[in-house]
Design a protein around this ligand. Structure first.
Ligand SMILES: [Zn+2]
Ligand SMILES: [Zn+2]
Length: 106
């Protein structure tokens, strides 16, 4: 059994990094199929994927400028559904109010 370090991220993902060969694998210099977790290293950050996909939750390590940018992107993504529906409604509202004004004056 070859030994691996396990990295435990705050997002509860774990990655394993090769640490050292067992005696059998030492001859071939190839890690064998059996993995043994030698040490589990707790990390106070999220894995790369979670930092990339969930910057609002796990992106605290990123520089402020990019956090701001990602927040804007997230806001845009969250606000994406309303605009298509809201734009026609606004146009319609403007039209009706204009029509109402015309009727009142005439
Ligand atoms: Zn081994
Ligand atoms: Zn993760």
């Amino acid at each position: 059994m070859c030994k691996y370090y396990a990295h435990a991220f705050v997002c509860q993902h774990t990655t394993s990094t090769f640490a050292r060969y067992c005696t059998a694998a030492n001859f071939t210099q190839k890690p064998c199929e059996q993995r043994q977790i030698w040490h589990t290293i707790g990390l106070d950050e999220a894995c790369d994927e979670c930092q990339m996909w969930f910057p609002d939750q796990y992106g605290s390590v990123l520089p402020r400028s990019s956090t701001k940018k990602s927040k804007a992107v997230a806001a845009a993504a969250a606000g994406a559904p309303p605009p298509p529906a809201a734009a026609p409604a606004m146009a319609g509202g403007a039209k009706t109010s204009g029509r109402a004004r015309k009727r009142c004056s005439s």
